[in-house]
Design a protein around this ligand. Structure first.
Ligand code: FAD
Length: 691
């Protein structure tokens, strides 16, 4: 076919356009990385810039910077299970066998490996969370079973009780002589704890409390450790005192009581206590969840966990806190440790999933240029798009949850009051944000590994099923995010009343003012890489979004409450409030990551973390680009530049993905999936199937 002749100007223009496209595509084209050393980039038609863009990362240094002082205890746990193959959870296992195995795993950790979790709950909470995280990496059921025994049952005794309770129960709980449960949820009430119906009525004649389940709706449900192993339960019930006129009783609100549920020697259920098994679950079948009904169960008055409220021998109630609501808030406030543990354990699950999906994607080859070797699937832009921002998020979560652990530990060991609000809101927010993200990512990882991702031995199915409930227990995520939003609105109100802000909210003081001024039309057009990779631009953008959401939520709530009342107005704005809470958590996560990057002493590690941080930040901004465009915070040219740079950063992160994943320090006997065994992957996999 005869080619049309172009005039010289048109030819010039075509040349210019094609050069521009070529320049742009330097950032966008998938850059296959040959697995065979003899293949050169040129043979594969690669861009020369690709390799020079690769950063040098020393895995060991990066890993040290990340894991710091808790590396040793985690390695001890991994080693313990590596040396005891009979304690590894097989893929196919019945519910009852899994429960028994999970008990033996926990027993082994305590009795053989000599780990004393409750001691750390008190003295070094960071170490305790590291133990739960490592145990969860071995089997998520084990991590949760430990959490029930030490954070929930042990934590309630330590944090809600007083010296007499610690003296009597500490050693038994730590050594597993006193396995116990945390019995809060009922058949009819989970999230709404103040709606619980179980009652504990004081009997002044015998100096006892009588625990009763007044209706089927009040049966304690989902109680971990209750179906098989528990001997005690901390039972949450409404405390009822005989009224002064001896007619009827007064409801003093929800309190916690230690109730023995099984005989210490015979292990039989005690009189008045009916125990049933909640049955087979979607996951976590190593944990024995049970249902409990109490019929006139008598316990000594001393069994009231009396830190925030007490009853004297003559039936008088005393408390340092003036109202039921304040006591309730103080009681629940003491239980945030469970959320901290879930946020860091969820990050650990995400690391395992990342490690499997990325190692496999580096190894797996499909298609390639004509007559050339096939390329690794991680060289496809689409695969990078699925996995690299996720890897960046995993890093940000690691440092954000480490920060949470740090301030939680500070709060517990130094009793600094100022930290209480911060820890409460950040633990609720991070638990909700991280667990929701991980739950979604597990499906993405499975899909990213194609058919082999579906083999149970490659772990995604088990991780997904076991982890899924992280979104619900220790506080449903939607409910927890509302606590974050409520706290933000409280802080917002205080700002205008000149009050002080909690540490993590301090940024609002400045960014609210920025929000009230119009976005700058000049900076809205800046698109240079240096500007887009400037932490100030990134953090300002995150905080601007949060401030804007906060300001508009406050206005809307005020408007709707006039006609709908407080409850109705809240519900009318609920989705807005949830977005606000997530946006705030993202702002905190980014701020912490930027700080971590800046503090890193080693230059090459810092450069790698900076790259990861930029990808996290720009990807988030791109995900919310509609919001930024709507208010002209970002002009169209800048939006395009952000998109291009995000893809390019994904590609750069891909180039150090192996090192980033190796720095998680997860040995093969912990990741376990044959497809994650790098050069051994296919051999391990075929061996598993029986070849
Ligand atoms: C495997 C497992 C183990 C558990 N272990 C224990 C244990 O050891 N001890 C214990 O006491 N409990 C335990 N639980 C219970 C758990 O803590 C509760 O399931 C959880 O608190 C959520 O309560 P719920 O199930 O009543 O959900 P609901 O509160 O009924 O929530 C159902 C849905 O309604 C939505 N919703 C509820 N309220 C609101 C609102 N205000 N605004 C918007 N949406 C709302 C939620 O987002 C959710 O999607 C366990 C549960 C499971 C499944």
């Amino acid at each position: 076919m005869e080619q049309k002749k172009q005039n010289p100007t048109a030819e010039n223009e075509t040349l210019i356009v094609s050069r521009r496209i070529q320049r742009v595509s330097l950032h966008l084209a998938p850059v296959p990385r040959p697995l065979h050393e003899h293949d050169t980039q040129e043979q594969l038609g690669l861009f020369p810039c690709a390799r020079s863009a690769k950063l040098e990362v020393e895995t060991e240094k990066l890993s040290l910077y990340m894991r710091g002082k808790y590396r040793e205890i985690q390695e001890k746990i991994y080693e313990y299970f590596h040396a005891r193959p009979e304690l590894q959870t097989p893929l196919e296992i019945s519910k009852d066998d899994h429960r028994e195995l999970c008990w033996r795993q926990m027993y082994g950790l305590i009795k053989e490996a000599g780990i004393r979790p409750l001691k750390y709950v008190v003295e070094d909470p960071g170490k305790y969370f590291a133990i739960v995280e490592a145990a969860g990496a071995v089997d998520i059921s084990l991590g949760i079973k430990l959490g029930v025994q030490y954070s929930l049952w042990g934590g309630s005794v330590i944090n809600l009780g007083t010296k007499k309770h610690k003296d009597k129960y500490f050693e038994g709980i730590d050594s597993l002589e006193y396995p116990g449960c945390f019995a809060m949820t009922e058949l009819h009430h989970g999230s709404n704890v103040q709606g619980l119906q179980t009652v504990a009525t004081f009997d002044p004649i015998t100096d006892e409390f009588i625990i009763n389940t007044p209706s089927d709706g009040a049966i304690k449900w989902w109680i971990g450790n209750a179906a098989v192993h528990g001997k005690f339960a901390s039972v949450f019930a409404k405390l009822m005192l005989p009224a002064h006129d001896a007619k009827g009783v007064s409801d003093m609100g929800v309190h916690a009581f230690i109730v023995p549920i099984r005989d210490l020697k015979t292990h039989q259920a005690l009189p008045g206590i009916e125990i049933h098994d909640c049955g087979h679950k979607v996951g976590l079948n190593g944990v024995d969840n049970g249902a409990l009904r109490f019929t006139s169960v008598r316990i000594p008055r001393d069994n009231l966990l009396n830190r925030f409220g007490d009853v004297s021998r003559d039936g008088k109630y005393t408390s340092s806190l003036p109202t039921i609501n304040k006591r309730f808030a103080a009681t629940l406030g003491e239980l945030v440790g469970g959320r901290v543990a879930l946020a860091s354990s969820s990050t650990s699950v995400l690391k395992i999933a990342n490690a499997i999906a990325i190692r496999y994607s580096l190894l797996r080859q499909q298609f390639g240029p004509p007559k050339q070797p096939e390329v690794s699937i991680l060289d496809y832009q689409s695969q990078q798009h699925k996995l690299m921002p996720m890897l960046a998020s995993t890093y940000t979560f690691h440092f954000a949850t480490s920060y949470l652990v740090e301030i939680y530990s500070q709060m517990k060991t130094t009793h600094v009051e100022q930290l209480v609000g911060d820890v409460h809101t950040l633990s609720a927010g991070l638990k909700a944000y991280v667990t929701s993200y991980t739950a979604k990512s597990l499906s993405v990882c499975r899909e990213a590994c194609g058919g082999h991702g579906y083999a149970a031995v490659n772990r995604f199915g088990i991780l997904r099923n076991d982890h899924d409930i992280f979104q619900t227990f220790e506080g449903d995520n939607t409910v927890l995010l509302q606590q974050v939003a409520a706290d933000l609105l409280k802080q917002y109100k205080q700002k205008f009343q000149g009050g002080t802000l909690a540490v993590t909210w301090n940024y609002l003081r400045e960014s609210m003012n920025t929000y009230l001024s119009q976005p700058n039309p000049v900076t809205a057009r800046w698109e240079g890489t240096e500007h887009l990779r400037d932490p100030k631009f990134q953090l300002d953008a995150f905080r601007y979004r949060t401030s804007r959401l906060l300001q508009s939520a406050a206005v809307r709530l005020r408007k709707h409450s006039k006609t709908l009342g407080g409850f109705g107005a809240w519900n009318r704005c609920l989705n807005h409030l949830l977005t606000l809470a997530e946006s705030h958590i993202e702002s905190v996560i980014l701020a912490k990551f930027i700080e971590t990057v800046e503090k890193c002493p080693d230059a090459s590690t810092r450069a790698a973390l900076k790259l990861v941080c930029d990808l996290y930040a720009l990807n988030q901004i791109w995900n919310d680009i509609g919001t930024y465009r709507n208010v002209d915070y970002v002009a169209p040219n800048k939006a395009k530049a952000i998109h291009k740079l995000t893809d390019y950063l994904s590609f750069q992160v891909r180039n150090i993905a192996k090192e980033l994943v190796d720095a998680f320090d997860l040995p093969n006997h912990v990741t376990r999936a044959p497809i994650a065994m790098q050069s051994e992957a296919y051999a391990q996999y075929t061996q598993y199937v029986g070849f």
